[in-house]
Design a protein around this ligand. Sequence first.
Ligand SMILES: [Zn+2]
Length: 286
Amino acid sequence: MIEFIDNSEPWRPTTSGERLLFLLLTNHKEARYLSNVLSESGLRFARRYGDWSNFLVGASLLHVQQRLIKLGNDVRDTVPNRLDQIRELRARTCDILQLTPIEYDADFGELIQEVLISAEQIHKEPSAGLKRLVCKAGSQCCYSCGRLFGGVYEDAPAGLKATADHVWPRALGGDSVEQNLLPACESCNCIKGHLATWHMAWIQPIVFSDIDEMNGPPPIPREVQMALHMRAATAYARANGTTLRDAFLTIGPRDRPAKIDQDQGYDFFNMRVHDEARTMIKWIPG
Ligand SMILES: [Zn+2]
């Protein structure tokens, strides 16, 4: 039922941050416990059982990951020697995981290495040459909003500028390598921030309350539309075993937000920004 936790390799990772997330997903006993409790509780959102539980487990794991990377960064700043960094991290990671190394199912050393490598990415800017390469490749459109670079728009009267966006953000261990970069306009790049998976969307706009159905769909904040885009890309990447970057390139920029099930209200889980034909994802569970 909880799709996020049932898969050891939810999509093909290209960065240390993604590998770290998958290590936590498959081996973090607390998360698996939470997943089981939620499954058995029959918790549901509107008519759907899996989405809400999946969101809670994913958000809690990402929270753990963020704390681990922050710790990794602090240790890098204060402890000079790599071996001592690993020793220090080993001791302090247990507090965050609330586990002893023995209770962690996988190789604890591998986890520590991945935390340290992920923390290193925070400071690594892509080179000017790599940024140029990424911005000049492809269709010359923002991968997120689909607008043409150079075109004049309300928020870019001097012409839309291309920037290299980290598909998996640096703050979460996203490497500055070509496989993790896509051309995005400045405003999409800026609004996306550290959004790495749809689990990171704020909880508040999950329910779009006080909707006047007569006056059409409510304005959906761009962050939420991006989270829906991320959700579609994640689902595509998992179904096809691709990287997130390739998933974004295949499904293309986001469309206008639309309801999935017309009989249900406007909430995060009942919205989509890609149709079934483009993603081959059946949005309404069978
Ligand atoms: Zn854009």
